[in-house]
Ligand binder design. Sequence first.
Ligand SMILES: Nc1ncnc2c1ncn2[C@@H]1O[C@H](COP(=O)(O)OP(=O)(O)OP(=O)(O)O)[C@@H](O)[C@H]1O
Ligand SMILES: C[C@@](O)(CCO)CC(=O)[O-]
Ligand SMILES: [Mg+2]
Length: 330
Amino acid sequence: MVVSSAPGKVYLFGEHAVVYGEPAVPCAIERRATVTVEERDDEALRVHSTDLTLDGFTVEYGGQADDHADVDVPERLVEAAVGYVDSAAAQARDAADRPDAGFDITIESEIPLGAGLGSSAAVVVAGIDAATRELGVELSSREIAQRAYEVEYEVQDGQASRADTFCSAVGGAVRVEGDDCQPIPDVPTLPFVIGYDGGAGDTGELVAGVRRLKEEYPFAADTVETIGDLVRQGERALEAGDLDELGRLMNFNHGLLEALGVSSRSLDEMVWAARESDALGAKLTGAGGGGCVVVLDETEEARTALSYTPGCEETFRAELDTDGVRVEGR
Ligand SMILES: Nc1ncnc2c1ncn2[C@@H]1O[C@H](COP(=O)(O)OP(=O)(O)OP(=O)(O)O)[C@@H](O)[C@H]1O
Ligand SMILES: C[C@@](O)(CCO)CC(=O)[O-]
Ligand SMILES: [Mg+2]
């Protein structure tokens, strides 16, 4: 039995545009998905997730068994979850050259689902790490990132960047532009506050929506390029440790994401509440459509303002996590 964990992330800048080759800067946060993997005697896969909803679910298929046991959550959610886990298991079998290996997989995650904090990438990265180790193979974090990217690419219908998976695998703040993925050394302390509206967006659908908009309106394609310019400027601010400028650029980035149609009323309300509390900057994070905003604020004011915002269900501080994927136990 092997237990591995991997962090979720927020985007300082650049989500969506990164899918089209522009640079992006995601930062790993101290909220983790933990995946326990135990090899089985048969070829089946049994997936148990304790927190997909309050009650969780168990599903077993392949081999002898092919049933959905204790399914107390919508079938659609179970199918989406199984898509990622199934594909992560296939990557582990491939890496270990054990095409017939079966697994019992248990997922425990502190990362809200579909909320822009990279739950899918964290589950896949931790899952590949634990399953390969269980089969006696140790991959580097870059190899895990590559395989996890292949999973997201497959499940998101060929529309995924390397950003979430690379960030979750290596931890810290990273820069991703096309195939080029690099850790960013010496980042200043980034006082992140997260506001969560309790909702979710479907990453695959939101990415497809931006693609359609880009095809229909040339100025939407220009907006994507503008986000790339903004990210390059943001990288200079990050290097200089200029938090005021980072905040201004986050606000600008939110406006551009809003123009691309991936914000929502509750995300906008949280962004405005944070701005009015004099936070340095605020934007949605991840695919959007609902879920989380990330706020840069050194005080507790933004958090208080968010907690009084009708659409906001939960707030928390998010410290940068310098650890990527790691083994928690055997
Ligand atoms: N605890 C979990 N157990 C099982 N599957 C999970 C779990 N957490 C996430 N997933 C899988 O990841 C999917 C959510 O991924 P999606 O990419 O839509 O959102 P996200 O990764 O949370 O946000 P974003 O990609 O915007 O950062 C879920 O539908 C499910 O398939
Ligand atoms: C929207 C997106 O840019 C980030 C989702 O967290 C999609 C991706 O990079 O694959
Ligand atoms: Mg995701």
